[in-house]
Write a protein that binds this ligand. Sequence first.
Ligand SMILES: Cc1ncc(COP(=O)(O)O)c(C=O)c1O
Length: 410
Amino acid sequence: MNRAAAEQLDVNDPLRAMRERFELPESVVYLDGNSLGALPRRVVDAVARTVKDDWGAGLVRSWNGADWIGLPSRVGALIAPLIGAQPDQVIACDSTTINIHKLVSAATQLRPGRDVFVCERTNFPSDSYAVHRIAATYGATVLEADADDMLDVIEQAGSRLAVVELTHVHYKTGRMHDMRAVTDTTHRHGGLTVWDLAHSAGAVPVELDACGADFALGCGYKFLNGGPGAPAFAYVADRHLANVENVLPGWMGHAQPFDFTHTYTAAPDIRRMLTGTPYVLSMVALEAALLDWADVDINAVRAKSIALSELFIDLVAELDHHGFGLASPRNAALRGSQVSLTHPEGYAIMQALIDRGVIGDFRAPDILRFGLTPLYTRFVDVWDACDALGDVMRDQTWNDERYQTRKAVT
Ligand SMILES: Cc1ncc(COP(=O)(O)O)c(C=O)c1O
């Protein structure tokens, strides 16, 4: 495909108007929305208003006046439709990592006497650390499966199975698990599922309720565009809520925080998953970013995401002789909203690309990640990125010394 054909795909794109809602530098091809989403224009005003009016003039009165206290529930309710949940099953709070600890602990407490956890061998480090730590605390064993033998390993755990903790879309490869199949198999053996949706929420359609999922969490700063360090979210299926314990109880999860009682009584609803004071400024940013999703059909997002990734993979195939491998599944049905390539010089190649204004990222040992965010990624961006990749390889730009030293964030 030539560049003009890519431009024509943008002309016909039903989501093309969405890009106008984002601040994006002209000179940049941004393919890292799977790490940090672009800045939605309305966030700029929302945060400025909160700082100047609500904090500056309203001061402490804004907890009531601007309903800061309601932010975790309000933001959770905005996330809910994107993950196939009811508004009162989702709350925004803490970081993804902290919510992994909270929800895996909560699930474990609901399965006393069972002592096997299942997770993926190449899970995101936080997921892995949390599962191993909680398993050690309960004297349980962790079975680590590869994506392909996940269902077999769950079967193997049998009646000892307590919790299956999985990242729905893998952070390195973008491979997506079959949520329904994993959940059904887990339930058949009496276990519970905890899904990490960090690379799913806003990226692919997710149906937590319809799949019968038990718990889920995810982050606000990737495909949801909530900004650096945006709060995460937690989902608890209705049927578990009354029995769920928060391993980090705090006053914000209390039924009556402003009674300041000495003994802890958990809130009757999803607010029991709260611990401390909400991060108001970042919550306000995330809330504003989520308002942009109100009129977006996630199925249209998925259709464009697949078209973008197919184009990317086809164009990279023409660069095969430079030694790239495809780390993402070739089958679009198994792929989230990213394309990952392997190359032994992946870090230097990515640095050279970034210097040319094509921004993706690198994950050790050899993965170049390109996130496709259909709200603002254009087909022509994919074309330009692959063109730049071809140049960097042909001219061996990556071989320059300044691209060899790893920075703190890759
Ligand atoms: C799949 C997955 N889980 C967990 C995390 C950790 O998130 P946080 O640093 O917000 O706790 C990340 C971060 O990128 C992630 O990709």
